[in-house]
Design a protein around this ligand. Structure first.
Ligand code: S3P
Length: 175
């Protein structure tokens, strides 16, 4: 299938880049977190607070598997979605997984005042970011078919992805 799946840490720009990329490539943009909130009828923070993280992950998996069955999409995943092997497998089968790679410093800059990420709530936000990013980066990297520098402006990131995907799909296949 021909979806483009954006993955990466919280604050890596998946939603902003995804919207632009959808316009550039003539696909429909879908934000996994927004889809989860819509199905649950409450915000991500409320789901974590009232139902707990396992309930959130369950909902995330349902949404993920449903989206992976569709085509013509740019999907912005949540930062933890690829931690599930079932999600990784379904998304890999549904299109190209692109990692927006960013440094912990950039995450901190972008999310310093953010209050919508329950995993970064509380004291020592910077330590949490460093710890989680170190755990997750190898998982993102192993799952990604393409890695781009997410430190650039969103327009530049979207253009770079569109170009690389166009090159990949127009290149003659070996063998
Ligand atoms: C999460 C990332 C969030 C959201 C939830 C959990 C994570 O999405 O799904 O707060 O585990 O990294 P964004 O990456 O869009 O912030």
């Amino acid at each position: 299938m021909n979806n483009i799946i954006l993955c990466g840490f919280m604050g890596s720009g998946k939603t902003t880049v995804g919207k632009r990329l959808a316009t550039l490539t003539g696909r429909v943009f879908v934000d996994m977190d927004a889809e989860i909130e819509q199905r649950a009828g409450k915000s991500i923070s409320e789901i974590f607070a009232r139902d707990g993280e396992p309930a959130f992950r369950q909902l995330e998996q349902e949404v993920c598997l449903d989206l992976a069955r569709r085509s013509g999409l740019v999907i912005a995943t949540g930062g933890g979605a690829l931690l599930s092997p079932a999600n990784r497998e379904a998304l890999a089968a549904s299109g190209i997984i692109v990692l927006l790679q960013i440094s912990p410093e950039t995450v901190m800059d972008r999310l310093e005042r953010d209050t919508t990420r329950p995993l970064l709530a509380g004291e020592n936000k910077e330590d949490r970011i460093r710890q989680l990013l170190a755990q997750r980066l190898p998982v993102y990297q192993a799952a990604a078919h393409l890695v781009v520098d997410g430190e650039q402006a969103p327009d530049a990131v979207a253009r770079q992805i569109a170009k690389q995907i166009a090159n990949q799909t127009s290149a003659p296949r070996e063998g």
